[in-house]
Design a protein around this ligand. Structure first.
Ligand code: NAG
Ligand code: NAG
Ligand code: NAG
Ligand code: NAG
Ligand code: NAG
Ligand code: NAG
Ligand code: NAG
Ligand code: NAG
Ligand code: NAG
Ligand code: NAG
Ligand code: NAG
Length: 684
């Protein structure tokens, strides 16, 4: 996170000068309305997790996420809560934590966590400053609005979950007071947003991440506009006007498609705002967010390009960008930051709802079921800062291969490299769950993201609907829904891109019907009557082999990426953090079997789960998932350098050392040690 602040500020200002110079902005031309979303989100609290996914949220509550408020000083003694601890002058630690703990607490309905959230928010809003500022910064010149963005995202979720209570009213009052202050600051020469000589702030982050605040302003307009419609739209306009313009970045003559290490520093430094991995994840949604209030649907297209180009030119096979702070190229040595993983996931959920392209939802599932769980130890007490695609060992490296992540960055611990992911990672699964069902049109409800999640809500036209699901998805491609409805309504399920024609649905144990999907959303429609209905949904997939750099492959089945996984030897040592609970430990993980393998892709065979498969808790640990892919492999000469696996040997240097043998590839999320871009070899 700590790239040089002064040069970061300089670069962000340079970009604004470049991109904003031709801007002629007509406030009056913007109408005060928002384009509708294709699919509408449901309020926090209406969706719950079941089965293995509920177990995961419970592990989070019992693990690091649920205990930071007790001991982790950037939360427990945050300057937001009257303490003195911050890891940077951005003061973002508490807001990040809050944004994740609200959905975790209310999705689990966990009273202990709700108390943490409610006591914290009570402190913050009862210390709102006289002019409306939220947060600890009493020096007006030093105020930077950025940390309010994740805090507001947390508040919007809290109000949804507490709808109708005094808490909701107080929070909404406080938000309106702040938004009026924000408008006066933005009108006053963009104070707190764009750095001024009179008030020098680090404006890289608020400008690159402006869309996150606009999301909350739009939420306020849609849920509780009061008399502030003009203020809300005025803030959106002013934020957009000076934002890093992601819509112009994704242009053929500007975007860097190659390896950034090969590009001169004066160029990569200049465009750093657009290359920072977490910014990229947050910026995915910029085009869609902006189009909602400008009415310019062509800008929404840049969100499609954003995701496609990021994954094409800088993508890990697990569905996220390769960016160890800064995007690199496609090397499996380089890493993705955990913050970028959870921000990508949130943006992809937002994009599926707003634009309706099913590819965003497919990608969200790929992230949730691969890139996210691989970065946490199974009990959710320790995480990585960066994950490498090929990572056969996790420990302190003797030399870092990363752009700006230290030699501790790929080991699992309390706060490897930097504290931001300690406080930001908890939003991942809770927001995935709370976005897994949506409203569709007048009288519809859809399961947008497949998984063991249930919903209790109403359609827009008022039909009360409760759907409870019984499923081991994505380990088993079957979902059984029990639906209760107060009247007839439209139920939908999303059909993932990987599912082939053998997939089907059956209503009340009736005949199997083929799936017919909408070409955009990939939703399959089911007419459901009043009363109880049972729906059985079965999907079929095939092994998919994707070519990667330098004659390597990545192997998929369903939403899973499969990987070579050596045996694991976990050793732990103390974090030496004051008053840390027993679980908060640092890990080294060493391979106990050969990882230097080449594969013959013609030998792959899927091992489907048995009909009586069960899922152990925790599920994201080696050999816990009941699925695998058999493959024939052989050992090749490929050794660690500086404590990590370098790029695999090139095709001509892959002679088998010894006989070929069978191994089992396993879901990536369960294998903290993994080779997921596998060198190929012909073993026939
Ligand atoms: C944290 O804050 C509490 C309450 O304000 C205080 O008692 C405690 O000494 C603080 N701990 C540290 C390590 O500063
Ligand atoms: C307030 O912040 C400004 C800008 O960072 C700084 O120059 C000034 O010294 C600060 N004033 C006080 C009283 O801390
Ligand atoms: C509270 O619930 C009502 C009724 O469902 C809804 O109209 C309103 O938008 C909700 N308010 C918020 C802030 O979510
Ligand atoms: C909105 O403005 C009107 C007219 O100025 C005023 O009567 C009303 O009380 C205001 N409502 C709120 C919620 O502030
Ligand atoms: C952002 O870039 C898009 C695409 O180039 C352009 O249409 C739009 O006007 C720009 N917006 C601002 C505020 O500069
Ligand atoms: C980077 O430096 C090169 C060579 O000095 C120059 O031609 C180019 O314009 C510079 N680019 C930027 C974006 O500053
Ligand atoms: C990007 O878009 C192209 C053209 O539509 C498509 O062929 C390709 O699969 C997409 N790539 C990704 C990673 O989404
Ligand atoms: C492919 O191999 C070449 C030669 O070793 C190397 O320079 C390049 O970085 C590799 N590409 C990737 C994407 O790993
Ligand atoms: C759904 O929510 C309503 C209102 O909160 C509650 O009365 C009902 O019992 C819930 N139904 C189920 C099946 O959980
Ligand atoms: C695990 O690693 C530790 C530390 O390197 C070593 O002492 C121990 O023998 C290893 N255990 C196994 C089963 O490999
Ligand atoms: C790999 O390591 C082994 C054992 O340390 C050594 O014998 C071999 O020469 C090394 N191979 C390469 C390609 O560096």
């Amino acid at each position: 996170m700590m790239w040089s602040r002064s040069s970061a500020t300089h670069v962000a200002r340079g970009i604004a000068a470049l991109l904003g110079s031709s801007l002629i902005f007509h406030l009056a031309e913007c109408s005060s309305s928002l384009l509708p979303r294709v699919l509408e989100p449901l309020p926090l609290g209406s969706i719950s997790a079941e089965g293995w996914l509920h177990d995961q949220l419970q592990l989070m509550s019992d693990g690091l996420a649920g205990h930071e408020h007790d001991f982790y000083l950037y939360v427990s003694n945050s300057s937001w809560l009257g303490g003195t601890y911050e890891y940077s002058e951005l003061n973002e630690g508490f807001p990040y934590w809050f944004n994740g703990l609200v959905p975790l607490a209310y999705t689990l309905n966990d009273e202990r966590l709700k108390t943490q959230v409610l006591e914290s928010v009570d402190y913050v809003i009862s210390h709102q400053q006289a002019d409306g500022w939220l947060g600890p910064e009493t020096n007006v010149s030093a105020r930077n609005i950025w940390a309010r963005f994740p805090f507001f995202l947390g508040l919007t979720q809290l109000v949804e979950a507490e709808n109708g209570t005094d808490v909701a009213t107080r929070v909404l009052d406080s938000m309106h007071t702040f938004v009026n202050l924000l408008y006066s600051m933005l009108e006053d020469d963009l104070r707190g947003y764009v750095s001024q000589t009179s008030a020098p702030i680090d404006d890289l982050w608020p400008r690159a991440r402006a869309a996150d605040m606009i999301v909350s302003l739009q939420w306020l307009y849609e849920h509780d506009p009061r008399n502030d419609t003009n203020v809300l739209f005025g803030c959106m306009d002013l934020l957009y006007e000076k934002a890093s313009n992601w819509s112009s970045w994704y242009a053929d003559d500007l975007y860097i498609k190659g390896d950034l290490d090969d590009v001169p520093l004066n160029i990569t430094d200049y465009y750093y705002a657009y290359e920072h991995g977490v910014n990229v994840g947050q910026g995915y949604k910029f085009g869609a967010v902006v189009s909602r209030f400008t009415g310019d649907e062509s800008i929404a297209d840049s969100s499609r390009t954003a995701v496609n180009w990021t994954l094409t030119y800088h993508g890990q096979p697990s569905g996220v960008m390769i960016a160890d702070e800064r995007l690199s190229g496609l090397s499996p040595v380089r890493g993705v930051e955990l913050c970028a993983v959870v921000e990508s996931l949130y943006s992809l959920n937002y994009l599926y709802q707003t634009l309706g392209d099913s590819g965003f939802a497919d990608n969200a599932e790929r992230v949730a079921y691969n890139a996210l769980p691989v970065m946490l130890v199974p009990n959710w007490w320790a995480h990585q800062y960066v994950a490498q695609t090929n990572q056969p060992v996790s420990h302190t490296l003797t030399q870092s291969p990363f752009y700006n992540v230290d030699d501790e960055g790929q080991h699992f611990g309390l706060a490897p490299n930097y504290p931001c992911c300690t406080v930001n990672h908890p939003q991942g699964y809770p927001k995935f769950v709370s976005n897994s069902y949506v409203r569709v049109g007048d009288n519809g409800i859809a399961q947008a993201l497949l998984g063991p999640t249930s919903v209790n809500t109403t359609t827009n036209s008022g039909v009360a609907v409760s759907v409870s699901v019984d499923s081991l998805y994505p380990f088993v491609y079957e979902l059984t829904y029990t639906v209760q409805a107060s009247d007839a309504f439209d139920f939908y399920v999303r059909v993932p891109g990987w599912a082939t024609g053998a997939s089907f649905i059956s209503i009340n144990s009736g005949p199997s019907a083929a799936l017919e999907t909408d070409s955009g959303t990939s939703l399959h429609h089911i007419s459901v009557g009043k009363g109880q209905t049972t729906i059985y949904y079965s999907l079929t997939g095939e092994i998919r082999v994707a070519d990667r750099a330098n004659d390597t492959v990545s192997i998929y089945h369903g939403p899973f990426l499969y990987t070579i996984a050596p045996g694991e030897n976990y050793t732990t040592y103390s974090s030496n953090y004051p008053d840390a609970p027993a679980g908060a430990e640092e890990y080294n993980i060493y391979p106990t079997s050969t990882w230097a393998l080449a594969i013959d892709p013609s030998t792959l065979e899927y091992n489907a789960p048995s009909s009586d498969a069960t899922l152990p808790n925790p599920i994201w640990s080696l050999n816990a998932p009941p699925v695998s892919i058999s493959a024939t492999v052989c050992e090749i000469a490929w050794n660690l350098t500086y404590g990590y696996a370098p790029n695999p040997p090139l095709k001509g240097d892959r002679d088998c050392i010894g006989d070929s043998f069978q191994t089992k590839l396993v879901p990536y999320g369960s294998a903290k040690l993994h080779i997921a871009e596998i060198p190929t070899v012909d073993l026939s």
